[in-house]
Design a protein around this ligand. Sequence first.
Ligand code: ATP
Ligand code: MG
Length: 528
Amino acid sequence: MSENIKASEVSEVLRMQLEGIDTSLQFDEVGTVLQVSDGVVRIYGLRNAEANELLEFDNGIKAVVMNLEEDNVGAVLLGPTDQIKEGYIVKRTGRIASINVGEGMLGRVINPLGEPLDGKGDIAGERFEMPLERKAPGVIFRQPVNQPLQTGLKAVDAMIPIGRGQRELIIGDRQTGKTSIAIDTIINQRSNFEAGDPVYCIYVAIGQKGSTVATIVNTLKEKGALDYTIVVSATASDPAALQYFAPFAGAAIGEYFRDSGRHALVVYDDLSKQAVAYREVSLILKRPSGREAYPGDIFYLHSRLLERSAKIINQQEVASQMNDLPESMKGKVKGGGSLTALPIIETQAGDVAAYIPTNVISITDGQIFLDTDLFNQGNRPAINVGISVSRVGGNAQIKAMKKVAGTLKIDQAQFRELEAFTKFGGDMDPVTALTINKGQKNTRLLVQPQYTPMPVEQQIAILYCGTHGLLKSVKLDKVHEFEKNFLLDLQNNHQEDVLDVLKKGIINDEVSAIIEKVAESIAKVYSK
Ligand code: ATP
Ligand code: MG
């Protein structure tokens, strides 16, 4: 078809030719491809098609209806563009785009349509059809965030605590450790899995390289995290539509666990790339573009995705009235489940005020901001404490942690300011010197290598040492050795009277006394 003939004119010609023949039934359910380019098809016919409906071509390739226009339907292809030609026949399926979810998906790598990508054969077991797009639970179906989701990272659990049902953004430039925070959080859920109270994890890789995804899958496998994790992948070479739908597939899988009364964590890595994919299909569909050429509804796209994370009310009767409940879940709903989201956004040169970053910052309940300079100085995870925040997680933090680390965030921010001044040299008064000393030791304590999540009771014990200045005499380069031996001592000699008590969220004078005694004796070793 020549470039300068509009789709509408062609459909008009077709209609005139077909006039007189009763085609109404046929054209309601079946359509013909008028135009195909860059993952988008224009279809004549399909007069009954609905928005978001799944379409199928004779060769098995699927598409999703995006634009319902007067004389044609615009749909995005979920398969390769070069396998669809003008004149191809396409049928309605009568189904809204959805994914079949089941327990058999655990440990698997799938695409946003639920098809396996790991070569391990079909997904086993019963599956439930969950729509990709679904209305988020209304206010009456929710309860406040009050249960912690431990990341195992000292810096996060102590200062930017995350609760189940929360949406916490991980934001930073490229190569600042964004993915690592999410992966460590998934690995840390191993203990819940072993304790028989799993937090199911869904890692959604959007627009990444296939090799990067493979490395992540390997890491999860090595760390024993695949048992309770599902990886959804739409790589950079997949059609833009698949990349755009991938987070929705992740949310749909998470909702299956959430609505059946269990806990789930979904990581969207990353939504910047999803936004670019959505911009691409929108521009090809000729939807009007706005700021930075993104379509005007990009904010709505991200907000309706992230609103689906929630902690569901504990009352089953209420929970089972939830809005837009898929047919397959009717009668299976249990209250008390949760879906926590960790969306990731990549910034350019630390610019958090760009369009997509500001959007997602305003939708989420807080952000973990990663800083290139801190990363290069070796402070990893490279969290910029000053502008990182968790707006709801505080209520979910366990009491002992709250008590011990309550002032850590402010202390660290103050230390950073003071440190900048003292760089000019000169003598310090003793109080300032002490603050600096403590700040430096705490900064060291918050450094944590990858793949070494720490149980919360150990975090509390070691951070107690930091916030109470028990490392005052310990040499800066010996902080990690101190930490290692201190925790070893507690594990060997004080499992019951310290660690088990802290685990329950309790910290009392007896526990503090033991911690101080152990810390004192170990500090002596590392003071020289
Ligand atoms: P990208 O922008 O490419 O997605 P990213 O921000 O997701 O990058 P990561 O891939 O998580 O960053 O990490 C970047 C590099 O930093 C990796 O090589 C990783 O091994 C290293 N790294 C991340 N966290 C830590 C840490 N806590 N300690 C040491 N190295 C780390
Ligand atoms: Mg990454």
